[in-house]
Write a protein that binds this ligand. Structure first.
Ligand code: SF4
Length: 481
């Protein structure tokens, strides 16, 4: 694919949209041109594809403001003129219009900070980016909910993330840091021993810095891959080492129902874990088998009710729209099934569509993106009918379709930690395998990575401690915000 831009260059944004319409190996040439005069932006695009030329244009009123805003508006004008031309070649479903970022709610928040009402912000998204009415509503609601959560942020606090990079088997679509215990199970004992030392070191560091722990999140992987004894040792260590008196959320991402036992749940509750995630992904057993998860929907329900019995009153369940072989009807059934048990939080993920060809219309056939939109739209509307509200959302970078993952909550159960991950307003200190420490100070954000592979983590444990020392230095100089 060839791209030539005159007047203004926005290669990153153009790449995102070119990949939605064309495959990397397609023989296509794209030329854009932009002009600004008399408070007007005029953008033109010419696409040469398979020997034919297609033209597109986009015009809007715009009064120059500042460099950042000017760049944003020029880049939207270029991409919209490209979309205008490209749609003459293929039809592609673009519910987010020409919006490019991974956090659409942020656009609404920045408009609200400039004095827009939420209604006016929605109108802006529709007019400037061509966002559908449904997605405008979603972005505005997420922004509104996020703002409420962010307002509760207390200074001089940190969150702790503990990564347990083991799973009983590997799911077909997994993009996380995790190893199958059939291969790496022999390292769990040594991994746990190192983790206990890392917890010790980190607790000293937090005390020296005079910080308070706000949230603890144990994720992975699947933390409940640890056996009863290993889980007990980790939770006991956390409770003994950290001052948990000011803690708001203590989450255990149990994830896979096939790793959950009543004893593990009771242990977690006895150590003050107050949120848990148990994830079916789908309620269709055939799909579960196909994607490599060794559990059924019935096992999920057993684990869910076991968690209730153990005393968990905030349970999250993840579902994925667009799993291989699933129709819109299958996904809708998963939503309906989950609503029979009413978890407090439901997170709806979008399966990635990696090939542009899968997004385009062929004769009379809906594209995968249309089906995905139908699924996500069903989730949004049905969940809202049951009292759920969307409170965090992100889109996946570099993935065709530009679709979103949304966290919904019911009642007063929105998770600060989940919003913080998106908005990066509080330092998160990562322990264990695969996590990234994000240090948020007055000087900006620094990132320090932990080793992903359990064996690397064990063998290089001294380096893990060195990286904690570096974290302490940065926090001591910058001051946690
Ligand atoms: S449970 Fe999650 S982390 Fe584990 S293999 Fe499946 S997708 Fe990956």
């Amino acid at each position: 694919m060839l791209l030539v831009q005159n007047g203004f260059s926005c290669r990153y944004e153009m790449d995102v949209f070119m990949r939605l319409f064309f495959d990397a190996q397609d023989d296509v040439e794209v030329y854009t041109n932009i002009a600004y005069s008399s408070n007007k932006i005029d953008a033109y695009c010419q696409i040469i594809y398979k020997g034919r030329v297609y033209f597109g244009e986009y015009t809007c009123d715009y009064e120059k403001s500042n460099d950042k805003e000017d760049s944003r508006r020029y880049s939207v004008a270029c991409t919209r003129s490209f979309i205008d031309a490209a749609e003459k070649i293929h039809k592609v479903s673009l519910p987010w219009g020409a919006m490019c970022g991974v956090r659409p709610a942020k656009a609404v928040t920045s408009l609200v900070l400039k004095g827009y009402s939420y209604d006016d912000a929605k109108k802006y998204l529709a007019k400037v980016y061509g966002v559908s009415e449904e997605k405008c509503r979603l972005a505005a609601k997420v922004s509104e909910n996020e703002s409420k959560i962010l307002a509760s942020h207390k200074p001089d606090t940190v969150s702790i993330y503990i990564g347990i990079p083991f799973c009983p088997t590997r799911c077909m679509y997994c993009s996380f840091v995790s190893t199958d215990i059939r291969v790496s199970g022999k390292y769990i004992d040594d991994f746990t021993a190192c983790l206990l030392k890392e917890i010790d070191y980190t607790s000293g560091m937090i005390k020296r810095l005079g910080l308070k722990i706000d949230n603890i999140y144990i994720g992975g992987g699947t933390p409940t891959t640890l056996n009863e004894n290993q889980l007990f040792m980790m939770l006991e260590k956390i409770n003994k080492s950290f001052d948990l008196s000011g803690i708001r959320e203590f989450t255990l991402e149990a994830g896979r129902p096939d790793t959950i036992t009543f004893e593990k749940l009771k242990t977690a509750r006895s150590f003050n874990v107050n949120r848990i995630s148990i994830n079916p992904q789908t309620t269709n057993d055939k799909t579960l088998l196909k994607i490599g998860r060794k559990h059924t929907y019935s096992m999920f329900k057993d684990a869910f009710f076991m968690a209730r019995k153990a005393g968990f009153d905030v349970i999250n369940t993840d579902l994925i729209a667009g799993l291989p072989g699933e129709s819109a009807a299958d996904f809708k059934k998963s939503i309906d099934d989950i609503l029979m048990i009413l978890p407090e939080n439901i997170t709806v993920h979008s399966m990635c569509i990696k090939r542009a060809a899968n997004l385009r219309h062929t004769e009379n056939k809906l594209t995968e993106a249309d089906v995905m939109n139908e699924m996500l739209s069903y989730a949004q509307n049905t969940l809202s009918g049951f009292g759920y509200t969307p409170y965090y959302m992100y889109r996946q970078k570099n993935i065709s379709g530009n679709l979103e993952n949304v966290g919904y909550s019911r009642g007063d159960t929105m998770s600060f930690y989940n919003v913080n991950i998106m908005e990066e307003i509080q330092t998160i200190i990562a322990l264990g395998g695969g996590g990234t420490t994000k240090i948020v100070t007055d000087n900006g954000i620094d990132r320090i990575f932990n080793f992903k592979d359990p064996l690397e983590y064990i063998r290089n444990f001294n380096e893990i401690i060195n990286r904690k020392k570096k974290t302490e230095d940065i926090l001591a100089k910058g001051g946690a915000v």
